[in-house]
Design a protein around this ligand. Structure first.
Ligand code: FES
Length: 75
């Protein structure tokens, strides 16, 4: 598989989430979101597609500046 051989060299965005599928797509019903939710955009979360704070470690290790997409309901 090409991504396994070249991954580190070509700088893949997704290092290891659902590598057995052609395309990672997640869906969620709006009614299930509650008051707020944070979606991972660094692709390092153990709870993907939700943010678990792993972006902090990634940013410290790489000098990157990624963070989650946070949604909240208006009151
Ligand atoms: Fe990926 Fe927070 S864990 S953005």
């Amino acid at each position: 598989v090409v991504w396994q051989a070249l991954g580190p060299k070509i700088g893949l965005v997704n290092p290891n989430i659902e590598k057995n599928v052609e395309r990672v797509v997640n869906t969620m019903d709006i009614e299930d979101i509650g008051e707020s939710i944070s979606f991972c955009r660094c692709w390092r979360s153990k709870k993907f597609p939700l943010c678990d704070g792993s972006h902090n470690t990634h940013n410290k290790k790489t000098g990157d500046n990624v963070g989650p997409m946070c949604l909240k309901r208006n009151k």
